[in-house]
Design a binder for this molecule. Structure first.
Ligand code: ADP
Ligand code: 5GP
Length: 239
């Protein structure tokens, strides 16, 4: 695609949706892909606003027709990104952002080598657990088995971090949003799309590129200043 395809992905409860909703308020010309799902709407969710809610039969038909860029079975429901979302963003000249699970992200990374993949790191297994509990309590569905399953899955998903281009620690929310924003704006600048910078609602911060560079997984792996982050990864069993 002509625009940039951004993928934000992480284990459930890491804070993807929270970060993405803040980012969208700060950066223009960035479309958010509305996924298909077979799960039921929650709370105030509306058809075609948060998700395209579909039956399993409709979803499977869309798979058979080759209508998905990627799809995955996530905790017993299907989720998928329609190719139409990509075409729509492209026709409007916008970048597209996907908030998808790790299985789906790996498919997109493989298919679109030019995509910009960003892994969100939770601060520790304990914080991830408390975020999962806090969110489940807010949704009145604190089922212990669900939380334990997500924590187990998180540990294996964390091991995929090195396949992503960037990683952002989501500890202090404002700092994580700023890092995410720096990655989006630095990638636009790198690809020669300065006009989109003007559409950033907030002024691009000084030191944008160094901040984005500090989030590269390549530097996370080796640099002295990333020792703290590597310790966090070790708490999830990732080395
Ligand atoms: P995901 O989309 O990755 O599953 P959510 O965005 O739903 O995760 O976040 C999970 C929970 O953690 C929510 O209750 C959210 O309010 C909370 N949360 C997210 N980011 C932070 C943060 N930086 N500090 C504290 N709580 C956070
Ligand atoms: P939720 O049901 O909480 O909205 O989302 C559950 C998980 O599904 C989250 O990790 C979310 O990122 C992921 N997800 C949402 N849309 C898609 C999608 O289109 N494809 C894939 N693979 N995962 C998705």
């Amino acid at each position: 695609m002509a625009g940039i395809l951004f993928i934000v992905s992480a284990p459930s409860g890491s804070g993807k949706s929270t970060l993405v909703s803040h980012l969208r308020q700060q950066v223009g010309a960035l479309e958010f892909s509305i996924s298909w799902t077979t799960r039921a709407p929650r709370g105030g969710e509306q058809q075609d606003r948060e998700y395209h809610f579909a039956t399993r039969a409709e979803f499977e038909q869309h798979i058979a027709e080759g209508g998905f860029l990627e799809w995955a079975s996530v905790y017993d429901n299907y989720y998928g990104t329609s190719l139409q979302a990509l075409r729509d963003a492209e026709s409007r000249g916008n970048d597209l952002l996907l908030d998808i699970d790790v299985q789906g992200a790996l498919q997109v990374i493989e298919k679109f080598k030019e995509s910009v993949s960003i892994f969100i790191i939770p601060p520790s297994p304990g914080v991830l657990e408390s975020r999962l509990r806090q969110r489940s309590a807010a949704e009145n569905m604190a089922v212990e088995e669900i939380i334990q399953r997500r924590l187990r899955q998180a540990k294996s998903e964390m091991g995929e971090i090195w396949k992503y281009k960037y990683a952002v620690l989501n500890d202090v929310l404002d700092e994580a949003v700023e890092k995410l924003r720096s990655v989006v704006l630095a990638e636009r600048r790198r690809r020669g799309q300065p006009e989109k910078l003007l559409q950033a609602i907030a002024e691009p911060a000084a030191g944008l590129e160094p901040l984005a560079e500090s989030c590269l997984t390549a530097s996370l792996r080796s640099s002295q200043s990333s020792a703290g982050l590597r310790e966090i990864l070790q708490t999830f069993g990732v080395s």
